[in-house]
Design a protein around this ligand. Structure first.
Ligand code: ADP
Ligand code: MG
Length: 211
């Protein structure tokens, strides 16, 4: 059980996130194929490969906020399109949100990161919870994180990841009102949003790492 994570643990955790998203490429693309254009896994894989490279270029003692920030920046600049901004912002929000605690990743840091990420994604992308996007996993996860700031990071992440998974599942029953799936209308019911699947994998990987 980890009370908090240090800089080298955060680096290793982010590398594991990248590895797991890259491994999930087929299922993420399949999720997007049902509702969108089938490229979500490919885009995420490209972003994660660039993010891994960006981490490799940072000094050994890079602060936690810079690790998240560079990771997200690399995603943003290589993925392109709406999802590049959306998923890049998720990590890049750490640049500011985590700067008060540059040597450790705490439950408070997790809450600050996810709150800032959800706000940025809503502001930049114009979607809101219920539109059947990654926000349906991210927003409930950020709210849960804000409730468990006193818990050790391992416990906080476990609860946040479980909440994100519930949000992903709940997105199945939603009608898409944003993006490509919008044209499907009620036919979008019955499948989870691809981006919500990515958010659930990202947070579950972090939880497993911290456990
Ligand atoms: P594209 O839509 O360009 O093909 P991807 O397939 O990589 O991009 O990603 C699609 C995912 O991105 C969606 O499943 C959704 O979760 C997320 N997404 C797209 N637009 C938005 C938005 N405006 N706000 C939040 N999430 C979004
Ligand atoms: Mg797509």
């Amino acid at each position: 059980m980890n009370a908090e994570l240090n800089q080298s643990q955060v680096r290793a955790m982010l590398l594991q996130v990248a590895a797991n998203i890259i491994e999930a490429e087929p299922e993420l693309s399949e999720a997007d194929r049902r509702l969108g254009d089938g490229d979500h896994g490919i885009g995420m894989k490209r972003g994660m490969e660039a993010a891994v490279e960006a981490l490799g270029q940072l000094p050994e003692d890079a602060p936690v906020n810079q690790l998240f920030g560079s990771f997200g920046m690399a995603m943003m600049s290589t993925m392109g399109g709406a999802s590049g901004v959306v998923f890049g912002s998720l990590f890049r929000a750490g640049t500011k949100a985590l700067k008060e605690s540059p040597e450790s990743f705490t439950s408070q840091g997790l809450a600050d990161l996810l709150t800032a990420a959800a706000e940025t994604v809503m502001k930049r992308g114009g979607a809101k919870p219920g539109d059947k996007t990654m926000l349906d996993a991210l927003v409930p996860a950020s709210e849960k994180a804000a409730q468990v700031t006193d818990a050790p990071i391992s416990e906080a992440l476990a609860q946040v990841a479980a909440t994100a998974a519930q949000g992903r599942d709940a997105s199945s029953e939603m009608i898409a009102t944003m993006g490509r799936a919008k044209t499907l209308g009620e036919r979008s019911i019955g499948h989870p949003d691809a981006g919500a699947c990515s958010v659930a994998i990202i947070l579950q990987t972090m939880a497993d790492f911290a456990a």
